[in-house]
Design a protein around this ligand. Structure first.
Ligand SMILES: Nc1nc2c(ncn2[C@@H]2O[C@H](COP(=O)(O)OP(=O)(O)O)[C@@H](O)[C@H]2O)c(=O)[nH]1
Ligand SMILES: [Mg+2]
Length: 290
């Protein structure tokens, strides 16, 4: 495996998540729009019980728009409410609020007695998917505990978002889950597993290979390449050369070139790139789907 990662404190995180989840009617599962499959944690299904769920594809500004649209349709076809959002520009936030607003409350006592209370919601997701940013955007100010340590919410934990929506101020942290190479790589590309878990040159080799097949124009435009070598290794070398990343002996500094490529990808400087598409789009090149 290129990416090696072992979840620490998994049991504790799970317990805390379970505790916090008891208090809400709806769970907002935040996924990365570029990797809607790999950014899921299947354990959520077990934990969620009778709570409602909505899937939010965050960082939609970094993903291929048509592919994101297909994903939303795909989730809806499977009976799952889903929407896309860009937490930085707030695009899509109002729609998500109205979806949350429509949620019936799950508390059986309140339902039986016909007690009207606001819908209670919480946000969950793997590291770096944008939980803190999303919560801040929903709330309209900086509030979410930005740390990545799971915590039980205590004290004044509810934030009023609308007259009839309350949000738990701490997001639920899910750990990234992967047992196959591709999922591990995708999580590494989007920075959801720490740099210690992989070697950047190995990971960028795979990323470049994917980009050369699916988004060749993006690579050529960004790095002023007139043509793309077939071998991903040669592409990386070429990019290093163009950028003047040379080692003392004159060889290309492949590490620096690799770091540049992954940073550019993460920062959206290669354009809108989706790494995972629903079945029906799997074989079409991303440049064409734009
Ligand atoms: N481009 C883009 N970046 C985002 C978006 N949401 C969050 N981010 C960035 O993603 C990184 C991780 O966000 P954060 O909220 O700390 O993630 P958390 O670990 O899930 O709480 C930060 O650098 C954010 O600025 C988004 O919708 N679009
Ligand atoms: Mg956070």
């Amino acid at each position: 495996m290129i990416v090696q990662w072992y979840p620490g404190h998994m049991t504790k995180a799970k317990k805390i998540l379970q505790e916090n989840m008891k208090m809400v009617d709806i769970v907002v599962e935040l996924l990365d729009a570029r990797i809607p499959i790999s950014s899921q944690n299947p354990m959520l299904g077990e934990l969620i019980g009778n709570k409602h769920k909505i899937i939010v594809l965050n960082k939609e500004d970094l993903a291929n728009q048509n592919i994101t649209k297909k994903w939303i349709e795909n989730f809806k076809d499977n009976g799952i409410k889903a929407a896309a959002v860009d937490s930085l520009s707030k695009k899509g936030i109002t729609h998500i609020l109205s979806l949350i607003e429509q949620t019936p409350i799950t508390d059986s006592v309140a339902r039986r007695l016909n007690i009207k209370r606001p819908v209670r919601a919480m946000v969950v997701g793997i590291p770096n998917v944008g939980k803190s940013m999303f919560i801040n955007t929903l709330v309209g100010r900086s509030t979410a505990k930005t740390g990545n340590k799971p915590g039980v919410t205590k004290g004044n934990q509810w934030i009023k978002i609308r007259a009839n929506i309350q949000l738990l101020d701490t997001p639920g942290i899910l750990w990234p889950k992967f047992d196959d190479e591709e999922t591990g790589l995708h999580l590494a590309y989007v920075n959801s597993i720490g740099p210690k878990a992989f070697d950047v040159e190995d990971v960028v080799y795979s990323l470049t290979k994917f980009l050369a097949v699916n988004y060749p124009k993006a690579l050529m435009v960004r790095y002023n390449l007139e043509e793309l070598p077939v071998d991903p290794f040669k592409i990386i070398e070429q990019i290093g050369k163009v950028r003047g990343f040379l080692l003392r002996g004159g060889d290309v500094d492949l590490r620096q070139a690799s770091e540049t490529i992954i940073k550019d990808f993460r920062g959206g400087r290669l354009g809108r790139i989706s790494l995972e598409a629903p079945e029906e789009l799997r074989n079409s090149g991303g440049d064409e789907v734009q």
